[in-house]
Design a protein around this ligand. Structure first.
Ligand code: ZN
Length: 243
């Protein structure tokens, strides 16, 4: 089961109207990106769709942010406004961010929503990127290739999950594995208030790494590299915080 932030929880406005379809008509699962900042709120996306585009509601069925949190858009069976000609057949899921911003956590949630849809339908859905059914760059090269690789767990970084993904990272590193580390740090309760999960292992991440280690009793005084012990301590802090 995927934890989904409900419309009332994110403060959704009421739709001006809605049409529903059935699970037997749902045959596609279409991934999008918002092509905006990763901290854009779901509410502001809804406002834009309703006030600027004149739609009855937020266009997507679900949205997923950079931390892997899922938000209810129109939900499973309300017909969306996300892919012309494919709104009845397709469940539209939007990653909030630009090409390359999607973390392993975000991808895992997009995958989990897909699995949930298959379970609810009791049959398979064809997973696609928006560009497969329309003339658009959406959902960006990274998400598009990930979808066509079968939406592998762990963001498709290939080195497994959790501790293994972090070990060996050093201050100054950039990329997907750093983003993964940053998301885990935030979920463990160590905020990155200035830069968030930006994929750059800088001063802010260094401080959070050290704080996470100390929270688990480490007597080390460095946070500029991820040793095996550091990874284990960070994952322990994470598991304790989300439990
Ligand atoms: Zn799209």
């Amino acid at each position: 089961m995927v934890d989904i932030v409900s419309r009332s929880e994110w403060g959704a406005r009421s739709p001006r109207g809605s049409d529903t379809t059935t699970w037997s008509s749902r045959t596609e699962y279409i991934v999008h990106y918002s092509e905006g900042p990763t901290d854009q709120s779901v509410k502001s996306i809804q406002d834009f769709h309703m006030d600027s585009n004149g739609w009855s509601d937020i266009g997507y069925n679900f949205l997923v942010d950079v931390e892997g949190t899922a938000y209810e858009g129109r939900g499973w069976l309300v017909i969306g406004a996300h892919a012309t000609g494919h709104n009845t057949s397709g469940i539209g899921v939007c990653f909030i961010g630009r090409d390359g911003d999607a973390t392993s956590a975000a991808k895992d949630t997009i995958r989990a929503l897909y699995d949930e849809a298959v379970r609810k339908k009791g049959g398979s859905l064809s997973a696609k990127g928006h560009r497969d059914v329309g003339s658009t760059s959406c959902p960006g090269d990274d998400l598009h290739s990930w979808v066509h690789n079968g939406m592998p767990a762990g963001g498709g970084s290939g080195s497994g999950n959790g501790e293994d993904d972090m070990v060996g990272l050093r201050k100054g590193d950039t990329g997907e594995r750093v983003k993964y580390l940053q998301v885990i740090l935030m979920k463990a309760g160590f905020d990155l208030p200035e830069y968030g999960a930006d994929g750059h292992y800088g001063d802010e991440t260094e401080k959070a790494v050290l704080a996470a280690r100390k929270s688990q009793g480490s007597e080390q005084d460095f946070g500029d590299r991820i040793t095996g012990w550091a990874a284990a301590q960070i994952m322990t802090a994470y598991v304790k915080n989300v439990a």
